[in-house]
Design a protein around this ligand. Structure first.
Ligand SMILES: Nc1ncnc2c1ncn2[C@@H]1O[C@H](COP(=O)(O)OP(=O)(O)O)[C@@H](O)[C@H]1O
Ligand SMILES: [Mg+2]
Length: 280
């Protein structure tokens, strides 16, 4: 089976700034990967490149290609003609809660799933019973069915992130890219959102890439960690290899930003496997 995500020598330059430099990366279907790195290391740029929200630099032959499940997203600095069908199975979750605050939670799930063309239909509430049932089921799965009729802006940040996850489910995503989904949340909400993401991935075989700038969550929830520094992938391997000494080696002084204070313990994942690891 084709990779859930394949990046081939992808770079992105802003002026003089090499935001992403020659990154190649393969994520298998159903695989879960944490993307770590200090702020400015290129995580968001990489996720935006992967989903075709921005174009890579136009480099040499065969470079700058992004494929998802065998469908081309972009190559050589050009969007693929297949990008819409590629995006159909890529769910996105952002740090800032990207919902329409004025619309109901249910409508947000439905509109997101149907795409922009149908936004008007969504605003008018023109969904059939089947679509509504599917959306309710997804909201139930992420534990917020009781809030379906509320306006999205009435929900807490953590609840809004779970709406975004429900939207990816209804969309039928086979790959979910979450860019710092817990950065704006308190630890309890952060845990719920991480649990929800991982459970979604497990139960539906959805590949999951989550960027995080604090490492403790990465090692508690993921087996594979990809670490970025200054636009480059500086480590790609088992989470078990990540510890404070290794981070200091990778990042020098800026490692501090990636390590939570020692008194802070990441809450254990819901169905705790290795978990409760903290960087010591
Ligand atoms: N739209 C942009 N214009 C100019 N520079 C950008 C833009 N987006 C990101 N950058 C720069 O690219 C680098 C990587 O940024 P980003 O991918 O946002 O990192 P991270 O998500 O890891 O914090 C940073 O130096 C940032 O300032
Ligand atoms: Mg970012």
């Amino acid at each position: 089976m084709a990779a859930a995500l394949q990046l081939d020598r992808v770079s992105k330059t802003y002026g003089q700034m090499r935001a992403v430099e020659n990154v190649s990366l393969t994520i298998q279907p159903g695989e879960r990967v944490a993307l770590i790195g200090a702020s400015g290391s290129g995580k968001s740029t990489l996720i935006r490149l992967a989903s075709g929200l921005i174009l890579a630099d136009r480099n040499g032959a065969g470079s700058g290609a992004v494929h998802s499940f065998g469908v081309k997203v972009q190559e050589g600095g050009k969007l693929s003609s297949e990008v819409r069908s590629a995006r159909r199975h890529i769910g996105l979750v952002f740090q800032q809660f990207a919902l329409s605050g004025r619309l109901s939670v249910l409508t947000n799930v439905l509109v997101g799933a149907l795409g922009r063309m149908n936004a008007l239909r969504g605003t008018l509430g023109l969904f059939n019973a089947d679509e509504r049932r599917t959306a309710y089921a997804a909201l139930a799965e992420v534990g917020i069915a009781q809030h379906a009729a509320k306006r999205a802006r009435e929900l807490s940040g953590g609840q809004q992130q779970r709406v975004a996850i429900a939207r990816a489910l209804v969309q039928g995503a086979k790959l979910v890219l979450a860019d710092e989904p817990i950065a704006s949340l308190d630890p309890k909400s952060a845990k719920r959102v991480m649990d929800t993401l991982v459970t979604m991935s497990r139960d539906h075989g959805i590949a999951l890439v989550v960027s995080l700038h604090q490492v403790d969550y990465a090692t508690a929830y993921f087996d594979r960690v990809v670490a970025m520094n200054a636009g480059k992938v500086v480590f790609d391997g088992p989470a078990s290899q990540i510890n404070a000494a290794f981070l200091t080696e990778l990042y020098g002084a800026s490692a501090e930003e990636l390590i939570l204070p020692s008194q802070f313990v990441v809450p254990a994942p819901a169905d705790a496997a290795p978990s409760t690891q903290t960087v010591s």
